[in-house]
Each structure stands twice: as C-alpha cells, then as structure tokens.
Design a protein around this ligand. Structure first.
Ligand SMILES: Cc1cc2nc3c(=O)[nH]c(=O)nc-3n(C[C@H](O)[C@H](O)[C@H](O)COP(=O)(O)OP(=O)(O)OC[C@H]3O[C@@H](n4cnc5c(N)ncnc54)[C@H](O)[C@@H]3O)c2cc1C
Length: 358
C-alpha cells in the first residue's frame, strides 16, 4: 500500500526548550526520535512524523499506511505544537491526504445498549458504535465522551475542519465533554463498556450515566492517553475514577508480571472482581466515611512502596489532583524517576468540573 502523507508549514521558530518538550511528549507516546540535519524524526509502529526547522519556519510531516495512523500522527504533533508554543498561537493547516473538511477519524457516535449497577456507586454502560478497531490501537485506554445536556439536548457532533483538525460546526449546540476509560472493548462484537462513578454534585457525566437507557446517543473521540511501558514489576494506585483503567491494565499484563496495586473506594460494598493471573498483589483501601478526594490513604500507601533494584519497573497512578501531585512529586523528585517509568495523572479535581486528560 502507498503511504498516506500530510504536511503543514508554519511561520514559527521553536526555541530549544519548546523543541525539547515537544520531543519528550512525542517520545512518551512510544516514538523513537532521531536528528537529521535541521529535522527531528519520530518513528512510531503505525507511521513516521518529522519536524523540519529551517530558519523562522516549522514544517510538520506525517506518513502512515493507514488513515487512522495518519490522523493519529497529525493529532499528536498538532497537540504538542499548539500546547508548547501556545503564546505564538500557531495556526496549523494540514495539506495532503485527509486534508480538508470531512468526517473526523477519531469520532464515533455511540448508542447505549445496556446499563447496569456494578456496585452501589458504579454504573456500567455498554455502548455500540461502528468500526471500533481504532480504539484498540495506539495504547490509549480512554475516550473523550461528548454528552447531551439539559441546555444542549441535541448536540451537533464535531467534524474535520478545513485545517484538518477538530472543528465544531455549531458552537451553540456543542456537546459537553468529559474523559472516561473504555473498561472493556469488543471490536468484533462492535461494543464497549464504560464504568461511571456516580458521584454527588451538579455534574454531566455521572448524571448522564445514572439515567442512561438503551437507544441513548453519545459521542466518543479517541483513543486518548499514553501507553503503559512494559515492565517486570509495577506499583499502581487508583481511586474509583482510575479503577476502570487499573482493571483493564492488570487484566492485560503477562502472568509473569509482579508488583503491588492499591485501589481506594468508599467502602467494602464498592469492591469489584478484577480477574488476572499476574503476581500483582491487589489491596483495597476504604475511605469509610471520608469524602472522595479528602483521604490520604491511597497516596500514602503508594509512596510507602520500595521499588526493586533489579529488573524493569513502572509506576502508574490515577486519582484526585492533589493525591496525583503528591505521588508525582515523590516519584519524579524524591526517587528521581523519569517519565518513561512513571505516569501519575489527575483524573478529577475537587471543586472543578471536567478536568481533562493531558
Ligand atoms: C484519563 C481519564 C480517565 C477517566 N476515566 C474515568 C472512568 O472510567 N470512570 C469515571 O467514573 N471517571 C473517570 N475519569 C474521571 C472523570 O472524568 C471525572 O470525575 C469527571 O469530572 C466526571 O465528570 P462529571 O460530569 O461527572 O463531573 P464534573 O461536572 O466534572 O464535576 C462536578 C463536580 O463533581 C466533582 N467530582 C468530579 N469527579 C468526582 C469524583 N470522582 N468524586 C467526587 N466528586 C467528583 C467535581 O470536583 C465537581 O465539583 C477519568 C478521567 C481521566 C482524566
């Protein structure tokens, strides 16, 4: 098959610091980078990308045999450049294959087929959508879910804009987005499960899930998230919001994997079965009346674990922002571990609506 190719040229001079950060981010998505004259090349399993930097300009190139791969490369590069060079307000316009207005590769409309209570506060919603293969690719476990709300009950879904990036055709009917994990994905069966924590307060995602009925429509975009690095040993921690991800990760690891995982839930009634054959010891921690986001037990437990001196190791953590910050600081500053050995993410922020995945 001939490779699909895209190119975008910007009047933008990246500083060495911006380039370093962009490179670091691309590598964290499992790219191998190399220098070649005024270019930095990135090789992914699904294609290749490069940043070419002649004086005063930035040329981004992407090539892949598959439309999904090309779209992923464009998305990764555009997100990194838009984020790290945001003060220059780069205007990215892709040319070549898959350029111009059209269907957005990373979007699907999904329909609820079933909804059930897993525990008193966790609702599993099964959804179907066409061609889910993309969501099994790139090592990303999560999706941005696009919800109807009381103010926008009939949202207009996003499309690929003239610049090749996400465009919202009608700002007044834009859906509200939240990030969730695909707990189980059945590509052949055309369906997937999302487990929603049903929590207090004015909200969108939890409220949508608690009323979800077969036939309800929702949008998904993705997949999102950095791939987990293979390792012999893992230390992991999650509250209810990270429980779907920790469950999916542990179930997918080889049986030879060793380690320790802590899961914080409200009480014993919120415990779930995670079926796995690995040597990872699972510990359930209960808040027993302490509100979510206010308990320190999860971060304390994860930080008390001594990392092995031999073999490869990885730290993974997902919970409220304050707990994630404590664990990230401990791993990165106290233990001097790198990004290639740790992911500590804020999955929600107390008092803030709709914290997004990075
Ligand atoms: C990569 C990633 C994956 C995620 N996967 C899942 C998942 O699979 N299942 C899941 O349930 N969540 C998951 N989350 C967390 C979820 O996106 C947030 O909890 C989100 O805020 C929920 O949206 P909402 O509309 O229900 O509440 P929002 O409208 O965002 O928030 C309303 C209020 O509720 C509070 N709130 C939000 N979350 C919680 C909580 N957990 N406990 C108590 N109060 C809360 C907020 O602080 C705010 O005050 C994930 C987040 C990320 C970044």
């Amino acid at each position: 098959m001939t490779d699909l190719q895209s190119r975008a040229e910007l009047q933008l001079q990246l500083s060495p610091d911006q380039l370093h950060k962009i490179r670091d981010r691309m590598e964290s998505f499992d790219a191998r980078s190399s220098d070649e004259g005024e270019a930095v090349n990135f090789r992914f399993v699904f294609g290749e990308a490069s940043l070419v930097m002649p004086e005063g300009a930035l040329i981004m190139r992407a090539r892949s045999p598959h439309p999904d791969g090309l779209a992923r490369l464009k998305d990764l590069m555009a997100t990194a450049v838009e984020f790290y060079a945001k003060e220059s307000q780069p205007r990215i316009v892709w040319q070549g294959d898959l350029a111009g207005r059209g269907e957005l590769e990373q979007f699907r409309e999904a329909t609820v087929v079933d909804a059930m209570d897993l525990t008193p506060h966790m609702k599993r919603v099964r959804l179907k959508a066409r061609n889910l293969e993309r969501f099994a690719s790139f090592g990303g476990l999560h999706v941005r879910m696009l919800f109807p709300t009381a103010t926008v009950p009939d949202p207009v879904w996003p499309v690929r804009g003239d610049n090749g990036l996400v465009s919202w055709p009608d700002e007044t009917r834009r859906p509200t987005t939240r990030v969730y994990t695909i707990r189980r994905l059945d590509v052949a069966g055309g369906h997937f499960d999302v487990d929603f924590l049903i929590h207090e307060g004015e909200n969108v995602g939890s409220n949508w899930a608690s009323h979800a009925r077969p036939g309800d429509k929702v949008g998904i975009m993705g997949p999102l998230g950095r791939p987990i690095r293979p390792a012999d040993w893992y230390v992991m921690g999650a509250d209810e919001t990270g429980l779907p991800a920790i469950g999916r990760i542990i179930e997918s690891l080889p049986v030879t994997t060793r380690g320790v995982a802590f899961i914080e839930v409200a009480d014993g009634g919120e415990r779930q079965v995670i079926e796995h054959g690995t040597g990872i010891e699972l510990h359930w921690l209960y808040r027993n009346g302490v509100p979510g986001g206010e308990s320190k037990v999860l971060a304390d437990a994860v930080m008390s674990v001594a990392w092995p001196k031999l073999g490869t190791s990885f730290g993974w953590f997902a919970a409220e922002a304050e707990a994630a910050k404590r664990v990230r600081d401990h791993w990165r500053s106290d233990l001097a571990l790198g990004r290639d050995q740790t992911i500590a993410s804020a999955y929600w922020t107390q008092g803030d609506a709709g914290t997004m995945a990075g």
